[in-house]
Design a protein around this ligand. Structure first.
Ligand SMILES: *Cc1c(COP(=O)(O)O)cnc(C)c1O
Length: 389
């Protein structure tokens, strides 16, 4: 199915095993060194872009602190994320309020703390920004329709049709704001690089029509996230994304491309986490069933919510894995009394036939959208703990 060696080197794997051997399960261990490596790689792949880390993907304080020191900016979605970032000494000029759904008093709170860049996709939100954050830079999020090739689509809920984006940018000017640019998100874990081509073409249309018809010169395109982490399904390398997307930009804008913002989440931190769980029970539903049910102490409610509809297929290995070990198909399930708490049933994972209670499972590529997506206390299980190495 996959090899551990394709995801993590022997030396990093051994370092992880040593670090995590006495930690209570379930837990997530984040490899900070690898996040740094990924950040530098992204920066080098898009040397012309400004990086705004999407805080929601992993808001661990050591992660934010390290990225702040590396010069990253931050995409913030709530006043709570804002407080966290400000506490690290990052100033408002390095932040954008990227959530299109916000309370008027929160807009004011961001403004009072020095934030001057705001996303929007509706008239009422834009009016609230004009009232509470006068003169700020506005970018309008465009609706993306073809996000099916993304494993975790962020479509429908966010953005507006380009015609409406046009109207909003005109309205922004008329309200005394600065019409600054457009944004889009092509869907998280987007495996079709062509999705950026369509989005950039739409942006280019808005740039030229607003300039010709309204004399509004936009400056910026916020291309959101969507770059991949390494799950089971193959993706192109980041370098391929970068060269293709750069080509699309030049095709549409010639030599003078606008200011480009990237908001990576998953691609920076996804590969940098390993979730460890403990097998609680291995059972069969009848005496001759070939498939085993493997119940273990992590599940949909404490870290693995992105297995909804089996969307994210994490590489899973066990402490019984090794050369020549015989394996069979399993259904992987969590510990709670909710029948939705099943991670994989259609997609056939194979685990050692000798697997039993007390053995460990290692879920690779769990650095993004795991621990913070966990419930507080469903069935009394505490939230999953995160450690940083
Ligand atoms: C979640 C989010 C991102 C991060 O997306 P990834 O696919 O994880 O890189 C970026 N921008 C916005 C506005 C988001 O909501």
């Amino acid at each position: 199915m996959f090899n551990r060696e394709d995801y993590i080197s022997d030396s990093e794997w051994n370092r992880f095993l040593e670090f995590s051997k006495d930690l209570e399960t379930p837990n997530v261990v984040i490899n900070l060194k690898q996040i740094k490596y990924n950040f530098i790689k992204l920066r080098d792949s898009f040397p012309y872009a400004h990086i705004y880390y999407a805080v929601k993907s992993n808001p661990g304080e050591p992660v934010l602190k390290m990225l702040a020191e590396l010069g990253s900016n931050f995409d913030i979605a709530s006043r709570y994320e804002l407080d966290k970032i400000l506490a690290l000494g990052v100033t408002g000029d390095r932040l954008s309020y990227g959530n299109t759904i916000k309370k008027a008093r929160d807009i004011k709170y961001f403004y009072d703390n020095g934030v001057r860049m705001f996303a929007t996709d509706s008239k009422d939100d834009l009016k609230a920004i004009a009232e509470n954050a006068p003169g700020s830079r506005i970018y309008v999020r465009m609706l993306m329709e073809n996000t099916q090739s993304a494993d975790w689509p962020l479509s429908r809920k966010f953005g507006c049709h380009p015609d409406m984006a046009y109207d909003l940018l005109v309205m922004a000017r008329d309200l005394g704001l600065t019409p600054y640019g457009v944004s889009f998100h092509v869907g998280s874990q987007q495996r079709d690089i062509g999705a950026w081509n369509d989005a950039i073409a739409k942006a280019s249309y808005l740039f030229s029509s607003l300039e010709e018809e309204e004399g509004i010169r936009l400056s910026m395109i916020n291309m959101g996230g969507g770059f991949p982490a390494h799950y089971i399904q193959p993706t192109n390398e980041l370098e391929t994304y970068a060269s293709e997307i750069t080509r699309y930009l030049h095709d549409d804008f010639g030599d003078e491309i606008p200011m480009i913002i990237l908001e990576p989440g998953r691609s920076l931190v996804g590969d940098c986490g390993i979730l460890t769980s403990e097998v609680i029970l291995v059972s069969r539903k009848n005496n001759t069933a070939l498939q085993r049910w493997v119940y273990q102490d992590s599940g949909k409610f404490n870290g693995l919510i992105e297995t909804l509809d089996e969307a994210m297929k994490y590489p899973v290995i066990s402490s019984k894995d090794g050369p020549g070990v015989k394996k069979g198909e399993v259904i992987l399930a969590g510990p709670t009394c909710d029948s939705a708490d099943i991670m994989y049933e259609d997609f056939k994972y194979k685990l050692p036939l000798s697997l039993k209670a007390g053995d460990k499972l290692y879920w690779l590529t769990t650095g993004a959208y795991t621990s913070t997506y966990a419930s507080v206390e469903f069935n009394g299980f505490p939230p999953i703990k995160t450690y940083f190495m």
